[in-house]
Design a protein around this ligand. Structure first.
Ligand SMILES: Nc1ncnc2c1ncn2[C@@H]1O[C@H](COP(=O)(O)OP(=O)(O)OP(=O)(O)O)[C@@H](O)[C@H]1O
Length: 208
């Protein structure tokens, strides 16, 4: 479960962002829409503890994440939060499978090749399991990034423009997978986007 209260943030004191309070139960989801530059990624990074709010709180599974030390926050993120970044972030010299196994290892959860392959199948990239990151298209990289966010069954899934590089078929597949994953693993899902193709697939949405 994720709850925010009174979140404010500023990069430079010139532009001040005030974000609406959100509360997403387990299995719940929220789509946040908004034009380029309104602060969607900033909001997501506050939710993930990658930025510290000037005011307000982010509570995940009952923990106020701003109260955690850097080390504890990194560990907490690895265990509880799956982030789909706008630009895919993984090690390009490793294969897709090796990247996902490494993420499982780093979280302390142990390796589960079956889980890795099941998720790659769902994302239509199982045939790329043994390819290196440098040999993937942008859409394939985006899907690896989604697999990386989901592979540890996080309690909170935060997705930043997860469908921007995808064609219509994969756009629907990815959105369905994110929602289904949240339902199956009792997770809360936040998706931010300006991709209007996915608006109709979410019953709960707000505009920034
Ligand atoms: N590290 C930074 N330092 C200073 N200003 C920043 C920084 N990151 C973002 N900004 C500014 O904050 C504003 C909001 O950026 P943000 O990336 O959150 O918007 P967004 O709604 O996600 O946009 P987009 O849809 O284009 O990704 C923008 O005006 C941006 O220039």
């Amino acid at each position: 479960m994720i709850v925010t209260k009174g979140l404010c943030f500023s990069y430079d004191k010139e532009q001040y962002f005030r974000f609406p309070d959100i509360e997403i139960e387990k299995k719940g989801h929220l789509l946040m829409l908004g034009d380029s530059g309104v602060g969607k990624t900033t909001f997501l990074h506050l939710l993930a503890g990658l930025l510290k709010p000037a005011e307000g709180t982010v509570s995940i599974e009952g923990t106020d994440i701003a109260k955690l030390s850097h080390r504890k926050l990194d560990k907490f993120r690895g265990r509880h939060i799956g982030i789909v970044f706008q630009k895919a972030q993984f090690i390009h010299s490793l294969t897709v499978e090796e990247n996902l196994l490494l993420i499982q290892n780093l979280s302390g959860a142990g390796q589960d090749k079956g889980r890795v392959h099941a998720i790659l199948e769902r994302l239509n990239i199982a045939q790329k399991a043994h390819s290196k990151g440098t040999n993937l298209s942008e859409g394939q990289k985006q899907r690896v990034s989604i697999a990386a966010a989901l592979v540890n069954n996080p309690d909170v899934i935060l997705a930043d423009e997860p469908t921007s590089s995808l064609d219509d078929k994969n756009c629907t597949a990815v959105t369905e997978l994110l929602k289904e994953q949240a339902l199956q693993t009792n997770a809360s899902l936040v998706v931010i986007t300006h991709d209007h193709r996915i608006a109709s697939q979410f019953s709960n949405s707000i505009r920034l």
